[in-house]
Design a binder for this molecule. Structure first.
Ligand code: CAA
Length: 705
């Protein structure tokens, strides 16, 4: 079937884009559109044109899979096709439903009038792919929506509702009903406009909304300043601003040429490659090779959470936010009351920031019920356990849940380290047991590591992976091992950061390098945020378990232990690796520096200057190396799944594509050779993994593994 289907509605030609699943503007669509525009411009039986999309949306923009591939020479780019479309003397109306994004939005902006149905998302998300709206979006959007609105939309890449688009003047008419109702309204508008006989209103020729920039010449510099933190390390957001700026001083043709130049600079750069990788990785993650897509799932209409501490409370909020009634169980009334009060406080903080209405808060709180009676869990579809991280405690709880919960209920553990298979042995239904590892704060962080046990049933996996999406999370399926994917790799990162401090760097040096790399904060600010006491207890437990520190390995916790001995647990105590005079901003602290220098002395380490390059390599190469081991052991299904864990669980910069993709851009040969050097200088824990060595020798990357 053709990629653009033509029908007639009286004297109106209706063009339907037809390229499932999202009507991406791949070359067959562009070819079809180009031909139709040429044909219809001269057709005496056609007074007007309506453009719509087949299936569930109008159009999600360029076909991203086509980037970097060859297009047949006779097929034109979208920009000149849109110029021709906009230049037609017959009115062209966009009938938009579902999504109009990227090139799809640009196509709609090239039309003379826009009609839009309910529950539609519109916008220019190209910047999230490391590029800019390269088919006139940077030139037409400011002319249609105004300069400030266009800047905000293009630089954030945010998709907006049809109502917001209407208020901004991007959409001319809102219609209730299904896609056919939208098409009917668009045809009626097209007939009306044709009958009026006025010249079409061309977005590219409008100037009225550009005055804003002339009246406020400092607008662009102020905007650049406001985005500096968010856009750190990236080129695309700045190119977007330059293009919008160009729209205010150049005519359309010149502006389009400028936009083209800027687009060309971005489209094949590493930043865009990384972000395209991130886009597809986030979608690939839902695909489990041995769990078919059509596996029947179990209904999750109610949930229970055991434990109402920071994690349990956060998880309860996640369910309530998704509209799922949730029963929270605690051992005693005081802990329950404190937990529920904390949840209410968290919601109230969101309300006071204007990000949630009081009514929505009341509705969500209404979905959360507290109890101390475990028998109340008898009818729930799923229970998530978030109690103390101790195997004996967890096993006792799972045995209890096994006796209470109805057959078929999913029993999930939020453990961040423990063996899910061992926990499952406490029940007579290991097939129903799975790990759902939320990241703290659970109501904010998007990652869920879903841990598959040896006996976890396929439909339990399918249900929990689907549930992650319902909860607004990104679910990544991982296997059982200590720390799973994220924390196991984190351990490497933190260990090297601690060693570097002993050798000569200061926490602020390391944090600066990692922040500049694009992490939301460095490892020491992160530890201070999470609470240094958590790792301290784990270390003490390990030391106790092995009867003292083993003498044959280097211990990384010497400085951290001293910091904790002083009660410097981090932000919550006002002091940690840094001091927090205002409660939030890390400030280097001479007291910590003195402890560090003294520790180096005690350990017999002569402090030296540590370069920024060494900091980066020491912190990240071992992390990547651990990722390679995880991949080799089958704990992660794909290297790209590891990238998703790190982007959504730890804020690894999306413009670097996640640690494994980033490693490929550095080159595995370089990483393997550097690790071998570290192995000699530091110790055997730095040895490159067999998979890393093999790929490096074969000249391959993790993307080929
Ligand atoms: N090109 C190619 N494939 C795309 C695509 C696109 N623009 N958008 C989505 N897909 C694919 C997805 O990879 C997925 O494929 P699989 O089923 O094989 O995994 C499938 O379509 C469905 O996508 P989602 O799972 O994301 O569906 P959703 O309903 O959750 O979301 C969406 C729909 C909001 C449109 C979302 O897919 C999305 O944000 N797409 C990207 C939009 C975008 O960034 N457009 C700009 C493209 S660049 C551009 O247009 C440049 C220019 O200036 C001309």
């Amino acid at each position: 079937m053709s990629a653009v289907i033509e029908e007639r509605r009286g004297r109106v030609a209706l063009l339907r884009l037809n390229n499932p699943p999202v009507n991406g503007l791949g070359w067959p669509v562009r070819e079809g559109l180009d031909a139709a525009v040429g044909r219809l411009s001269d057709d005496p039986d056609v007074d007007a044109i309506v453009l719509t999309g087949n299936g569930r949306m109008f159009c999600a923009g360029a076909d991203i899979r086509e980037f970097g591939t060859a297009t047949p020479e006779h097929v034109r780019r979208l920009t000149p096709i849109l110029d021709d479309l906009e230049g037609l003397d017959k009115p062209v109306v966009a009938a938009i439903h579902g999504v109009a994004a990227g090139g799809g939005m640009e196509l709609a902006l090239g039309c003379h009038y826009r009609v839009c149905g309910p529950k539609t998302k519109l916008g220019l998300p190209e910047v999230t792919l490391g590029i800019l709206p390269g088919a006139g979006g940077t030139q037409r959007m400011p002319r249609v929506a105004g300069v400030s609105k266009a800047l905000e939309l293009i630089v954030s890449g945010r998709l907006i509702s049809e109502k917001e688009a209407f208020e901004a003047g991007i959409v001319d008419e809102l219609v209730e009903g299904d896609v056919e109702a939208v098409i009917d309204a668009a045809v009626a508008a097209a007939e009306r406009l044709a009958a009026a006989g006025e010249p079409p209103r061309r977005s590219g020729q409008r100037t009225d909304r550009l005055h804003e920039a002339k009246d406020n010449p400092g607008l662009f510099d102020a905007f650049r300043e406001s985005m500096a933190k968010r856009a750190r390390g990236m080129n695309a957001p700045y190119a977007c601003v330059r293009c919008v700026e160009a729209a205010t001083r150049l005519d359309l043709a010149e502006g389009l040429a400028f936009e083209r130049q800027e687009f060309e600079q971005l489209v094949n750069a590493v930043e865009a490659q990384s972000m395209r990788h991130a886009f597809f990785a986030e979608r690939e993650v839902a695909k489990i090779p041995d769990v078919p897509k059509d596996t029947a799932t179990r209904p999750i209409q109610t949930a229970g959470i055991v434990g109402c501490g920071t994690m349990g409370g956060g998880i309860a909020m996640v369910f309530a936010n998704a509209g799922i009634p949730v029963m929270v169980v605690e051992n005693d009334q005081a802990a329950l009351d404190a937990g529920i009060a904390k949840i209410a406080k968290n919601y109230a903080a969101t309300v006071s920031k204007g990000r949630l209405t009081q009514a929505a808060m009341d509705q969500r709180m209404g979905l959360i019920t507290g109890t101390t009676d475990f028998l109340s869990l008898a009818a729930t579809d799923m229970v998530v356990e978030a109690v103390f991280e101790d195997m004996a405690v967890k096993k006792e709880l799972f045995a209890k849940l096994d006796g209470i919960c109805k057959p078929g209920a999913i029993l999930a553990t939020n453990t961040s380290t423990l063996d899910v298979d061992e926990i499952a042995t406490a029940t007579k239904r290991p097939q129903d047991v799975i790990g759902t590892h939320f990241f703290s704060p659970a109501n904010v962080m998007r990652l869920m590591e879903n841990v598959r046990g040896a006996k976890t049933a396929d439909d339990v996996i399918a249900t929990v992976m689907g549930l992650s999406k319902t909860l607004g999370k990104v679910g990544v399926l991982v296997g059982v091992c200590h720390g799973f994917v994220g924390n196991r790799m984190l351990h490497q990162y933190l260990r090297e950061a601690m060693f570097l401090v002993e050798e000569g760097a200061l926490p602020q040096d390391i944090d600066r390098v990692m922040y500049d790399f694009g992490m939301p904060m460095g490892p020491f600010a992160m530890c201070d945020l999470a609470g240094n006491d958590v790792g301290w207890r784990v270390r003490q437990e390990q030391i106790r378990a092995q009867g003292g520190k083993p003498s044959n390995t280097r211990y990384s916790g010497t400085v951290a232990d001293k910091i904790c001995d002083l009660g410097r647990f981090g932000q919550k105590t006002g002091k940690g690796w840094f001091a927090y005079a205002d409660g939030r901003t890390p400030q280097p602290d001479p007291e910590v520096e003195a402890i560090i220098v003294q520790t180096s002395k005690e350990l017999g380490i002569a402090r030296r200057a540590v370069s920024d390059d060494e900091i980066l390599e020491r912190c990240l190469y071992p992390l990547v190396n651990e990722g390679a081991k995880i991949l080799d052991e089958g704990i992660a299904l794909r290297a790209s799944d590891i990238d998703v864990v790190w982007m959504h669980g730890y804020g690894f910069p999306r413009f670097r594509g996640g640690p494994m993709f980033w490693a490929d851009t550095v080159g595995l040969k370089t990483i393997a050779a550097t690790l071998q050097r570290f192995e000699k200088d530091q110790g055997p824990w730095m040895a490159p993994s067999p998979l890393l060595l093999k790929l490096a020798e074969e000249g391959k990357g993790f993307g080929d593994a």
